[in-house]
Design a protein around this ligand. Structure first.
Ligand SMILES: Nc1nc2c(ncn2[C@@H]2O[C@H](COP(=O)(O)OP(=O)(O)OP(=O)(O)O)[C@@H](O)[C@H]2O)c(=O)[nH]1
Ligand SMILES: [Mg+2]
Length: 510
């Protein structure tokens, strides 16, 4: 199904919810119908991913790395206090959106970035829309946010208001700002229990449904700054230490995010946006040729690296520190030692490999892009439900409610119920024994049947038999031994297995 905007919907679930909105439109009040139009518009837009996290955790740096262009201001400037939505457009353009609905078009600055100073009263700004021609944005809108947990309450409030499908937003501003549908949460080494709270607060404000492993992942950024000697089992290796810490954080953040992956945003940004140049490669080549004692001394600290007497100008070295930091410089020097004739392009590739960005991209793909249909449809359905609830007309509320029930009863929409159940279980809203949580996560977490059953590569008869057995088990669990809340979830899981069984028996694995 293609919508009025000409964009393809993410898949059959989105199409089902879009059809529901279209068919309900003539039966509801003008206000609700306007809300439905907004839901339809959002359904046909690319998946909205917010980059969230504490202040100065490296969110904007990561945004630049993901888009492949240094466009979001980092470190300083008033724009780091504003929400910026980076979306696909046919020409590069910046629009400042004011809280009263006014828009003002601004040029990019000389370096091609959002200007550090907008020349407008920031207190009157709702957010910034940045349209870029970069292909990555065709199926992902990236939303850069000011740091949560910052002392600046105003920017936190702005973030929450913008990212949430905040109930107190009037329809006009709701038109301007689509809620985030998925979250990339940026943490650094010091994630503690109270960071968990920051995440919970953020997710509560994210779209109208809770974030969970279906639509949230986390990265452990600034992995280069981890001191490996402080991490048991790291063998003095920074990346290994980062992997160990990420694993620990995954335990803390587990019910909220699918995974925690280490990344070095700074090195990724420099490698992906042209920040790392052939002049940098040449400078590193000359540094690599210094005698070992000098090199050892220089690599002790960023200060020594730039201030030590050496033939490469201090300004050039300071630039290297800024773009790669000590860890990136060390990686590059290691690569040069192993292969002195390495080209600047190959060196850039090595840096990219060392940054962990490929892993983050793969995860984004596996968690968000592949499930975009389910994520978008679930968010849209939640909005439809909220719109109906907000309606003062009981008859209208009932009509919308009935239509949703009819939709959810269809086999093809069952995936939505399953996502809902998964979110309830993994967020702890419905308590379940850990092994059952794992099972719900498996069945609801992937669209691929053998993986849903945890039996990848096994023969069809085995899959079929197992699906039937688990369908039976969950049905009896639903009827006996479960609390009412568990029972509702169990019915959904039972039906999921039953539908899998039907599909397998009908001959194919998807
Ligand atoms: N060493 C190191 N520094 C990093 C890394 N990522 C970001 N930085 C630096 O951290 C500082 C903050 O980065 P930003 O990307 O502006 O962080 P932010 O989370 O967007 O900050 P706010 O928007 O102000 O909350 C900048 O000086 C970056 O260069 C990293 O992986 N390693
Ligand atoms: Mg920022």
């Amino acid at each position: 199904m293609t919508t009025a905007t000409g964009r393809q919907l993410a898949g059959p679930l989105s199409a089902a919810v879009a059809n529901l909105c279209v068919s309900l439109q003539p039966q509801v009040s003008p206000e609700t119908a306007a809300g439905f139009r907004e839901v339809l518009r959002r359904l046909s837009a690319p998946l909205q991913v917010a980059i969230a996290g504490r202040i100065k955790s490296g969110k904007s740096t990561l945004v630049n790395a993901l888009i492949g262009r240094r466009v979001a201001p980092t470190a300083v400037g008033e724009c780091t206090r504003l929400v910026t939505r980076f979306q696909y457009g046919t020409v590069d353009r910046i629009e400042v959106i004011f809280t009263d609905g006014r828009k003002q078009v601004l040029p990019f600055d000389a370096a091609g970035m959002i200007p550090a100073s907008l020349g407008v009263d920031v207190d009157e700004v709702s957010h910034i829309e940045a349209y870029l021609t970069n292909a990555v944005l065709r199926d992902l809108t990236v939303i850069d946010t000011p740091g949560l947990g910052s002392l600046d309450a105003a920017s936190v409030a702005r973030t929450e208001a913008l990212l949430g499908a905040a109930g107190d937003l009037d329809p006009v501003s709701r038109n301007a700002v689509a809620g985030a549908e998925a979250v990339l949460y940026v943490v650094t080494q010091g994630v503690r229990a109270d960071d968990h709270q920051a995440l919970a607060a953020f997710t509560a404000a994210t779209a109208s449904r809770e974030a969970g492993p279906v639509n949230a992942i986390a990265v452990l950024n600034k992995a280069d700054t981890i001191a490996p000697e402080s991490v048991d089992g790291s063998d003095g290796d920074t990346w290994k230490a980062a992997l160990l810490i990420a694993e620990k954080q995954a335990q803390i953040l587990k019910p909220r995010v699918a995974d925690v992956l280490p990344v070095i945003g700074l090195v990724a940004e420099s490698a992906e946006t042209g920040g790392f140049t052939s002049a940098d490669a040449d400078a590193l080549r000359r540094i690599a040729e210094l005698d070992a004692a000098t090199l050892d001394m220089m690599l002790m600290s960023a200060d020594l690296f730039t201030s030590w007497e050496c033939e490469v100008p201090a300004g050039v070295r300071a630039g290297l520190m800024e773009r790669l930091d000590l860890y990136g410089v060390r990686c590059a020097l290691t690569a040069l030692a192993a292969e002195p004739a390495i080209t600047a392009g190959a060196l850039r590739r090595k840096l990219l490999d060392s940054s962990g960005l490929d892993g983050v991209r793969a995860k984004l793909n596996a968690v968000f892009r592949v499930r975009a249909d389910g994520i978008k449809a679930a968010a849209a359905l939640a909005s439809v439900t909220a719109l109906a609830q907000a309606s003062g007309d009981a008859g209208e509320r009932q009509r919308v409610h009935n239509a949703i029930e009819v939709l959810l009863a269809k086999p093809e929409a069952h995936q939505l119920r399953l996502l809902e159940a998964l979110t309830l279980v993994t967020s702890g809203a419905v308590a379940m024994p850990p092994d059952l949580v794992e099972e719900v996560l498996r069945v609801g977490g992937t669209p691929h049947v053998p993986d849903q059953l945890g039996l990848r590569g096994r023969p069809l008869p085995e899959l079929t038999a197992y699906a039937l057995e688990r369908a039976g088990w969950w049905r009896s669990f639903a009827s006996f031994g479960a609390t009412p809340a568990q029972s509702r979830v169990a019915h959904v899981v039972h039906r999921a297995y039953f539908l899998i069984w039907q599909q397998l028996r009908g001959g194919g694995q998807r």
